[in-house]
Write a protein that binds this ligand. Structure first.
Ligand code: CP3
Length: 339
């Protein structure tokens, strides 16, 4: 929390995107026979899965176990998360009539979220819980394409060719995202992260015209809740400045842009989060250590730094490497703070 606010910290805080999940044998055990989306509706399972990496790694934050598609499922969109594929939508939204499927989200749609966050806050004690949601562009891409997409062609076609329909779709998604984040913060989450994972596909001018107004509205509405806001996307090197203007306190950076360079791209008053390449965890430990120390050193150029990977933990990652990395970051940055 201190790092998000760009205040002095005892050590650089560290957590990992997708720290819960398939890289952990204890996750695979409790998920056995339970479909992904169902697991997100069972508070006791959400609490257990969220706690698993906290127990194993002593990371400085927990991330709520859920998925960016959960609020859409909760308002009645017919969708599934297929293992090894990702979210799949039965009836993609491609015209004005399709928008009717997107009704507002109310807290009663997601009682399991409220219940699980409350339970977690009790169990976590001083460890902060990060709530999260998907940002409108990334959600729109799944809804329009009907599933995962490499180029987001139909999504961009609507953005370029039907700007009014696009704006109405983005507005509705922003409302749902705001409501979903509020539920988590009101139940006790101490920070939020907005994932715009696929927005790196958009050029800066189009981002400014067709995406930024919606993400800015989300951050503005969450501001009143008083919790730090983190904003992350993949392949967003050219967008970091604009993403920093959207209103988040922390900008997440993938592994493509060194943090000292990223620090010059975001406006003043922002902390950075990132950005070790998740694939480095497959290299020998000496390489992991050298690259992690480099991330820490470059992170000192930022006004605040939260250590993370540049994207989520890969399922085949060895949890022991993440444990060692967590210790390294906490110890190496303690030494630095003392010098
Ligand atoms: O530990 C955490 O980070 C919290 C849990 C979390 C999940 N999804 C659980 C999950 C978070 C933060 C997400 C967000 C999410 N979901 C994003 C944004 C983050 C990112 O990675 O860029 C996106 C794009 C999604 C959509 C989604 N859901 C994808 C692409 C997949 C992977 C599909 C696959 O099988 O490869 C999912 C499924 C999913 N969400 C899993 C987990 C642990 C794996 C499902 C399983 O265990 O069977």
């Amino acid at each position: 929390m201190l790092a998000c606010r760009r205040k002095p910290v005892p050590h650089t805080p560290v957590w990992f995107m997708r720290q819960a999940g398939r890289s952990l044998p204890e996750y695979l055990r409790v998920r056995e026979g339970v479909p992904m989306l169902e697991s997100c509706t069972r508070p006791e399972l959400i609490v257990e899965i969220t706690m698993q990496p906290v127990r194993r790694y002593a990371v400085d934050a927990a991330i709520f176990f859920s998925d960016i598609m959960v609020p859409l499922k909760a308002i009645g969109i017919d969708l599934d998360i297929k293992p090894g594929v990702g979210p799949v939508i039965a009836d993609p939204i491609r015209d004005a009539a399709g928008l009717d499927a997107l009704r507002p989200l109310v807290p009663d749609d997601v009682p399991y979220v409220t219940g699980a966050v409350r339970g977690l806050v009790g169990e976590l004690g001083a460890t902060p819980l990060i709530g999260f949601a998907g940002a409108p562009f990334t959600l729109a891409s799944y809804l329009i394409e009907g599933g995962p997409s490499k180029n987001h062609d139909r999504t961009k076609a609507m953005m370029y060719g039907e700007p009014e329909l696009w704006a109405r779709l983005m507005d509705r998604l922003a409302d749902i995202t705001i409501a979903f984040l509020k539920v988590q913060v009101e139940a006790g989450a101490s920070a939020i992260q907005l994932f715009d994972s696929w927005v790196g596909a958009v050029a800066p001018e189009d981002y400014a015209a067709s995406v930024l107004p919606h993400t800015s509205r989300i951050f503005a509405e969450i501001e009143a809740l008083g919790v730090p806001r983190i904003h992350f996307g993949v392949g967003t090197g050219e967008l970091l400045g604009l993403m920093g203007e959207a209103g988040a306190d922390v900008v997440g950076v993938d592994w493509r842009v060194p943090l000292d360079v990223a620090a010059r791209r975001v406006p003043p008053g922002r902390a950075l989060q990132g950005n070790l390449d998740p694939a480095i965890l497959f290299a020998p430990w000496e390489t992991v250590e050298r690259r992690a120390r480099d991330v820490l050193a470059r992170g000192r150029a930022a006004e605040g730094h939260i250590f993370n990977l540049g994207h989520g933990v890969q399922p085949s990652t060895d949890p022991d490497v993440l444990a060692r990395l967590t210790d390294l970051v906490q110890e190496a940055s303690t030494e630095e703070a003392g010098t």
